[in-house]
Ligand binder design. Structure first.
Ligand SMILES: Nc1nc2c(ncn2[C@@H]2O[C@H](COP(=O)(O)OP(=O)(O)OP(=O)(O)O)[C@@H](O)[C@H]2O)c(=O)[nH]1
Length: 205
């Protein structure tokens, strides 16, 4: 019995027309997830890129990334999303990935107050290593565990407001609430800012 190779049965003219109609990517963007160990960075990224939720996933060692292409308005955006280890011993490795990120998701676990209290440390990392024009989004994760909540929503909102009015969102990677939405909102901010900059260059340049 022969094996079926990919593309078998597609005539050259159909293949050519498929190539013509496949819309090219308009823009490539890098995003990065940061925050304490165990807050759910990997789980959020898994969800966003189509994976399933894992109850006991392994801690990230160093950095990892995943790719997803999304549409924002009439633009096709290819996202390369870096997932970083929350453990401090990896900071010297992970900090090198901040620079090229146009969007940064700073995640805490709303059922663990200490991960919220550590946010100051992560904001210092952002100040030190990230590009000045990166868009930021604060995420309180594990919303499905409402009964164990240790950080009120208004505390998250206040922290985000104080930090140059960065966006704020609560999510659950487990029951998939707000996950797509939070990534889309961040990318929309990034794209909007860059479109304005582009217009400014055209008008003023
Ligand atoms: N209930 C609940 N558990 C979650 C959620 N997100 C992640 N978890 C669990 O929390 C634990 C840690 O999740 P990870 O995604 O590995 O966390 P991380 O921030 O990537 O951790 P590091 O790689 O160590 O920095 C795992 O057991 C997940 O199953 C969530 O939204 N709700």
């Amino acid at each position: 019995m022969g094996t079926v190779r990919q593309g078998q049965g597609v005539s050259p003219s159909v293949a050519r027309s498929r190539q013509r109609t496949a819309r090219p990517v308009d823009c490539r963007l890098q995003l990065i997830l940061i925050g304490d160990r165990g807050v759910g960075k990997t789980s959020l990224l898994e969800r966003f890129t189509g994976g399933a939720f894992t109850e006991n996933c392994k801690s990230t060692v160093g950095v990892d990334f995943k790719i997803r292409t999304i549409d924002v308005g009439d633009k096709k955006i290819r996202l390369q999303i870096w997932d970083t280890a929350g453990q401090e011993r990896f900071n010297s490795i992970t900090s090198a990935y901040y620079r090229n990120a146009k969007g940064i998701l700073i995640v805490y676990d709303l059922t663990k107050r200490e991960t919220f209290e550590e946010l100051g440390k992560w904001m210092k990392m952002v100040d030190k290593y990230a590009s000045e024009d990166a868009d930021l989004l604060l995420v309180g994760n594990k919303l499905d565990r409402e009964m164990e909540r240790e950080v009120r929503r208004d505390e998250g909102e206040k922290f985000a407001r104080q930090y140059c009015g960065m966006r704020f969102c609560e999510s659950s990677a487990k029951d998939n609430s707000n996950v797509d939405d939070l990534f889309h909102r961040l990318v929309e901010d990034v794209v909007r800012k860059r479109s304005l900059n582009f217009m400014c260059v055209c008008v003023c340049g």
